[in-house]
Design a protein around this ligand. Structure first.
Ligand code: BTN
Length: 280
């Protein structure tokens, strides 16, 4: 099969390979755009259907969580956003981030054999290094979810060499495996898996995914520090619950629920480095 290594993605080919998938029905591809999440939000406001898939080679204003930037060189990585209009309550939105993380983890493993781990709430890691990140943006009208945009940035064939001004330790599939990955193949695998998982979640079949995102969370049982706008919490991670909250046992032995924040794994009082990857 001609997988077009490190050349521009071919949207027609991707559509064909996705076949009957709902993510092949409104595929938007630009060589460059400000941010696939920004574009997907705009399209959603204009009435774009569920399943819209926005894909680019290069973002001039790629967004990470908490106002950070997401940097990625042309033709080397994957940058895409998925627009969903799920009939799920707002408190189940975290499951969508988690199934995209699981789909990416499984897709990477199937295509390259690389085992990745999920770092709550939205990162993919290999060891201490960030491989990818998810940015989830939710629009709520009244008490209902109007739409959700899930954006994934994944370092695929990028070479994280010296002299690159990165805030945090980052890696790529190439750096971990020594093998160049065909990006179209990887993308199609991730999107197909995501669709399968999404249909299960819509049917209320969350148990297996909940179990797996705990199983592959690199922080279960670890001592962590979570810094949010409101407070800093330290403790040992017990579990991530179905709504995405981190259940930790704090230093006084009490259980606490933490809904969001920046997380560091603490090793003998030393920060192991949380980081938001290739963001700067
Ligand atoms: C994070 O780690 O903070 C999340 C990073 C998310 C980056 C992806 S790249 C595709 C999509 N478009 C964006 O502007 N951001 C997400």
């Amino acid at each position: 099969m001609n997988w077009n290594i490190n050349l521009p993605l071919r949207p027609k080919n991707i559509e064909e390979m996705l076949g009957q998938s709902q993510f092949a029905q409104n595929l938007i591809y630009y060589e460059s755009t400000a941010s696939t999440n920004t574009l997907a939000n705009k399209l959603a406001e204009e009435g774009a259907p569920e399943g819209t898939l926005v894909l680019t080679e290069y973002q001039t204003a790629g967004k990470g969580r908490k106002g950070r930037r997401w940097l990625s060189q042309r033709y080397l990585n994957l940058l895409f956003s998925i627009l969903l209009r799920p009939s799920l309550p707002p408190n189940q939105m975290f499951s969508l981030t988690m199934i995209l993380a699981l789909a990416a983890m499984d897709g990477i493993n199937e295509s390259s054999g690389l085992q990745t781990w999920i770092k709550w709430p939205n990162d993919l890691y290999v060891g201490h290094k960030k491989l990818g990140g998810i940015l989830t943006e939710i629009s709520i009208k009244g008490k209902k979810v109007d739409y959700v945009v899930l954006g994934l940035g994944l370092n695929v064939n990028w070479n994280p060499g010296k002299g690159q001004d990165l805030l945090y330790p980052s890696t790529s599939i190439l750096a971990e495996t020594g093998i160049v990955s065909p990006r179209e193949h990887l993308l199609i695998g991730i999107v197909k898996l995501f669709e399968e998982y999404y249909l299960d979640i819509l049917r209320g079949e969350i148990e297996d995914y909940h179990r797996r995102w705990n199983q592959y969370s690199m922080i279960i049982g670890r001592s962590v520090e979570i810094i949010s706008d409101q407070e800093t919490v330290r403790g040992t991670v017990l579990l991530i619950d179905r709504e995405g909250a981190l259940i930790i046992r704090d230093e006084e032995g009490k259980e606490q629920k933490v809904f969001s924040g920046d997380l560091s794994v603490v090793l003998e009082g030393k920060d192991e480095g949380a980081g938001y990857g290739q963001a700067s």
